[in-house]
Design a protein. Structure first.
Lengths: 448, 448
């Protein structure tokens, strides 16, 4: 492949010897981008999720050279991934090219590469495109699925963290109905039309609600030999109740909405095996053609790169200013950080990630500008939202609690507002209105 | 994998022994769908492109049992594939689930399977989901890329025939710019930013125009180390001119529009090698990071399945009623057929495919209804269209010839009109308006 060949050449070409010295820090280090940018302090940000992107934007007015590295060319709006997985939205509707987002921020450089490690002694990040020296490093590499030591379950029970995960799960759900249509015996059909979702957090609840809607509404009249509305959608939660982050009353209302939509909600159920045949849940075998994992996440390997202390989910222990103990020029933010505020852990949600990004961006800007130190990171909790199907949601903002259609409208407006780009907002709004009116889903493609 | 296992079981389960006899034809044959449908004559249609879908629809009112088999779950609107390949549209915008299209046609069964062969003696189609007996068989399996005996070029120079092809080419184009941004030497950069399109028919012309627009407009300000508008887009045509199907004046006007858009149009150039480094074109080495093949198509292997006579492009020689010599219950339509009308070959375009599908559907319906025979197939030429960039097209309808913006508006309306489904029409119209106003493209995803 031509590209692979070029990449190789790049790596070989980028040795310390032929790079100009980094004037700002006085070190001689290998630099990715020679000349021009090297006269300014370089801030390397790894990960263009909510946290990393916000950090880059917060540095827009600072005299720095930002290099934002991501292994994907797009920022993905993760809260709506389940809608790609359930055929409502197309991948591009919730993804936006990182370059395009930062087009007008002339101090920001975007680099498509995968990071393999960090050399804290040499202040260098190792990437698939060579080494990059930094003055400040911000790690915002997010989290991935956590199978609690059973990584072998991943194949049987995929999780939902990227666009690729979403299209894979979409294909899997749609293929199950196709195979059921061709199956001759009832037992096989029933197995293929059983969908188990492991984990009763917002993702699990939203997936279960959306799959129920696909089966009961969207596909209802499309098959001749099966009745998709007879599908079993089973939501398994190990804890005593689903949506533990919400007040009990709201979560209870959500469970009733799920059950009305045809989801079998089971709590206090421990999954001990995931395989091709289904799951073993608290001793009971559930034969299922599709198992989706929404039970837990683990931080990216940033802690390993840094050789830093971390919690059991791999999140890096950070100081009150989100820096890493021992390196006041390295910050960890978003789902990769084990941050806390007022004695409670900062949750792994998009608003928290954005707040951390903005805070660290400002902190670095202030330090470079020689300004007085900024106080510790403060997390502001704006509340929580979850949705079930096409017109039900629960919302908690401070003391305000909403359920039903009003909450769903609020949920819709908030999500459209936070999408990046006018085009995506228009297309997503259109898709939801269309889905609301017709029960149809516009992205029923099997292509992986 | 659970699904693979089930598919296997299906194949094993479908033996001739346990299937009921086909009452209509009096034969004992393995049937996919036992009971119910077997009291009616079964029409098996292979391929849900323009031709196959139209044949199924034309049989909507007939007392037949239709089985429409396709290896994909969606019908793809091929004329707009190049817009997926160049990041204007999302795959789902030009694809529609086949089941959904035929939802209300109760005599039609849709089956997701791949056909491997036909047994003309037993009147049976072999598929990955077992054998299926037919009373009438319609083969509408389309065409694929033709490398004129150099199938090994496919990897270096992919063609554009499916959604998967389109997303692969999209990733390739976008990755080239990303790699150029990271490249250190000018020569590598120049190679990565050179795009060669082989073949000057409508697909090649439309791809070249769209890539030029991506480079010169969409990406213009997104990079820091390269200037995407310096990209070379080279269109190579072996014949004396591009768009040979159009009158010389119209084609000449299109060439001027291509050149104004920044495409280097070279005619009379024979490509003799395609490899990772680029192409060898009439003895000249052109170093190119991306080569796209639009130089020719070859029919699907229907002729092999039938053991039928075919032309050098693999298209099955058919009778004037599109049946296969020797089998008056087997028809070949669309790009797989070498049909002719008034002494001239019927072209491989969507309107011709639809006309053939409609004709064969009506013919079978008439025969089953015991009506008088229908006359031979007549092709009606509605004209031809091609577009370059975001506001130029050429149109020829009978004696009417249009170029420029008026032609582009006409082209847009025609394509939106023929898309399936209100949602797709709205989304595509929106995408084009947005692209027209902003030069941006909404689907810049690298994901394969």
């Amino acid at each position: 492949m031509a590209l692979a060949q070029h990449a190789l050449r790049l790596e070989q070409g980028r040795s310390a010897a032929d790079a100009p010295p980094d004037r700002a820090s006085g070190r001689s280090a290998p630099t990715l981008f020679p000349a021009a940018t090297t006269t300014r302090r370089r801030v390397v940000i790894v990960g263009a999720g909510f946290a990393g992107l916000e950090a880059a934007k917060a540095l827009a007015g600072s005299p720095v050279a930002i290099v934002l590295i991501d292994q994907k060319n797009h920022h993905c709006f993760q809260p709506l991934l389940y809608q790609v997985a359930t055929a409502s939205l197309s991948p591009a509707d919730i993804a936006w090219p990182i370059r395009s987002i930062l087009r007008n921020q002339r101090n920001a450089d975007v680099m498509l590469a995968r990071v393999n490690g960090v050399d804290r002694d040499r202040n260098v990040v190792m990437t698939t495109a060579g080494e990059i020296a930094y003055d400040y490093l911000v790690l915002a590499t997010g989290a991935t699925h956590h199978y609690f030591g059973h990584q072998e379950w991943e194949k049987a029970a995929p999780g939902l963290k990227s666009i690729e995960d979403a299209t894979r799960i979409r294909s899997r759900i749609l293929k199950s109905f196709e195979a059921a249509e061709l199956a001759r015996d009832l037992q096989t059909q029933r197995c293929l039309m059983t969908f188990v979702i492991v984990g009763g957090g917002p993702t699990g609840v939203e997936m279960a609600g959306a799959i129920a809607e696909v089966a009961r509404q969207t596909l209802r009249r499309d098959f001749r030999h099966i009745d998709p509305s007879e599908a079993s959608i089973i939501l398994l939660e190990a804890g005593p109740r689903v949506l533990a982050a919400f007040p009990e009353k709201l979560a209870g209302s959500a469970v009733r909405a799920l059950e009305a939509a045809g989801v079998d909600v089971r709590t206090g159920v421990q999954v001990t095996t995931c395989d091709e045949a289904g799951v073993l849940a608290s001793g009971e075998r559930i034969a299922a053609g599709t198992v989706i994992w929404a039970a837990g996440v683990k931080a990216s390997p940033a802690a390993e790169w840094l050789g830093a202390a971390h919690d059991r989910n791999g999140r890096v222990a950070v100081n009150v200013d989100l820096s890493v103990p021992g390196s006041d020029n390295i910050f960890v933010i978003g789902d990769t950080a084990a941050a806390s505020f007022e004695g409670r852990p900062v949750p792994g949600v998009a608003p928290a990630a954005k707040q951390m990004g903005r805070y660290v961006g400002r902190l670095i800007g202030a330090r470079i500008g020689g300004n007085a130190a900024i106080g510790p990171f403060r997390y502001r909790d704006y509340g929580a939202l979850a949705t079930i199907g096409r017109r039900y949601a629960i919302v908690k903002i401070g003391r305000l609690e909403l359920t039903g259609l009003a909450a769903w409208l609020f949920w819709s407006v908030v999500h459209i507002y936070y999408l990046i780009g006018a085009r995506n907002r228009a297309v997503v709004a259109l898709a939801w209105i269309w889905n609301y009116l017709t029960f149809q889903r516009g992205a029923r493609l099997i292509n992986s």
